[in-house]
Design a protein around this ligand. Structure first.
Ligand code: ADP
Length: 398
């Protein structure tokens, strides 16, 4: 059985061809700089298969052109999806709004609804639709499934998902907290339950997905009861380039005093804020290089980041009342021992501790970093959104 997973961004397509049962990957790749003018010899597609990398150079006009090139590279590497008897194509879709809360078989009306949700995710949903349309044209016989980033948070309690603004305005414009990274939160919390040898229905968990984008969630008995991202992926934790929580009063203040318009504010908060806004760099490896040279701004950026993590940790400990596991995942969460240690420092009285040797281990597998016998298990669990999407698509089609 093979599923092609497609994750279309505004100017990129990430993809994997994999077996949803074993997780074995036959091929993967990245199309980048779609729609940009690039040098003739610039590499715009990298396709990895059987230990080899095939490349394509030159401009890619649009997503459809990008996928056609990908299919040709697949064919050259002996895995043509058009003849491979694919079980399904799984598409990551960012915003499912109020409409979609489980993996959904794609037809014309589903595409239309995803497109209509673009006002809630203007950077993401249009790109997702383009990827879906291209894949449907290239693989008309293969079932296509949409898996939504918001789905895991669809059942958030009313108190957690409601913004305290005029209820009529909120209702008219779909303003509520939706949450994102749901596929990852659901996947790693499930893997954590396996590692603990417990039924997810018995467990209370807190998940920190710390990548370039970052979010946390509180999960009770397998269901999300709170998360840090809201109407958009801007709310909550400090991120690589996004501010996370700010006083909403900053927005009108900047309009009045700095003369920024809506696009200027959108850019400021999404692209020029967070770790990058405070330190000049958004990658954690570079941030630590700066901190180690004594850079004060980088130090402050890190302190603000950890302060925000701990604020939400405290909130979720109280919301859940009892916590069985705390899980770190994604680029920073999986690789950065210092963030994990600082996020949980001094919390022994809550039953939370980190074993320094386990925390520093370079082991890539899902693992404990708390000492044996700890009341709260602290775990590092590598996320795998592609595998989760492939499994969801295969299950639906079966
Ligand atoms: P995205 O949200 O783009 O998927 P990732 O989950 O890849 O982001 O996370 C990117 C972040 O993870 C960067 O800040 C990067 O520095 C950090 N990171 C990735 N790999 C490592 C590593 N091996 N060691 C330390 N940090 C890492």
């Amino acid at each position: 059985m093979q599923v092609l997973v497609i994750n279309s961004g505004s100017s990129s397509i990430k993809y994997q061809l994999l077996d949803p049962d074993s997780g074995e990957m036959a091929a993967s790749g990245l199309v980048s700089r779609i729609g940009e003018s690039v040098a003739e010899d610039a590499t715009t597609v990298e396709h990895r298969s059987d230990g080899r990398t095939l490349e394509h150079q030159g401009a890619i006009a649009d997503h459809a052109a990008g996928l056609r090139i990908v299919f040709d590279l697949f064919a050259r590497s002996g895995h043509d999806p058009r003849t491979a008897g694919l079980t399904a194509v799984g598409h990551r879709v960012v915003h499912g709004g109020e409409v979609f809360y489980r993996p959904t078989l794609i037809d014309d009306s589903v595409v239309e609804s995803i497109s209509e949700l673009s006002s809630l995710a203007p950077l993401h949903n249009p790109a997702n639709v383009t990827g879906i349309e291209s894949a449907r044209t290239l693989l008309p016989e293969v079932p296509q499934v949409a898996v939504f980033d918001t789905a895991f948070f669809h059942g958030l309690p009313e108190a957690a998902k409601t913004y305290a603004i005029d209820a009529k305005v909120a209702a008219a414009h779909g303003i509520r907290r939706y949450g994102f990274h749901g596929t990852s939160h659901e996947y790693v919390s499930g893997r954590a339950a396996e590692l603990l040898g417990r039924d997810p229905a018995e467990l209370n968990q807190i998940v920190f997905h710390l990548g370039n984008g970052a979010s946390a969630s509180a999960i009770r008995g397998g269901r999300a009861v709170d998360t840090t991202m809201g109407l958009t992926p801007l709310e909550g934790l400090v991120m690589g380039t996004r501010s996370g929580d700010i006083d909403p009063g900053i927005v009108p203040h900047l309009v009045r005093t700095a003369g920024l318009d809506i696009d200027g504010i959108d850019n400021l908060l999404n692209r020029d804020s967070g770790i990058k806004g405070l330190s000049g760099v958004n990658d954690f490896r570079e941030l630590f290089r700066l901190i180690d040279t004594g850079d004060e701004a980088a130090r402050l950026a890190y302190d603000v980041y950890v302060h925000r993590l701990r604020r939400y940790l405290g909130a979720y400990l109280v919301e859940l009342g009892r916590v069985d596991a705390i899980i770190f995942t994604a680029g920073v969460g999986e690789n950065n021992a210092r963030v994990r240690a600082d996020a949980l420092a001094g919390l022994e009285r809550f039953g939370i501790a980190v074993d320094p040797d386990r925390n520093e281990s370079k082991d890539r597998a899902a693992r404990y970093i708390s000492p044996d016998g700890s009341e709260v298990a602290v775990l590092v669990v590598p996320t795998d959104e592609e595998l989760a999407i492939a499994r969801a698509a295969a299950r639906l089609v079966a």
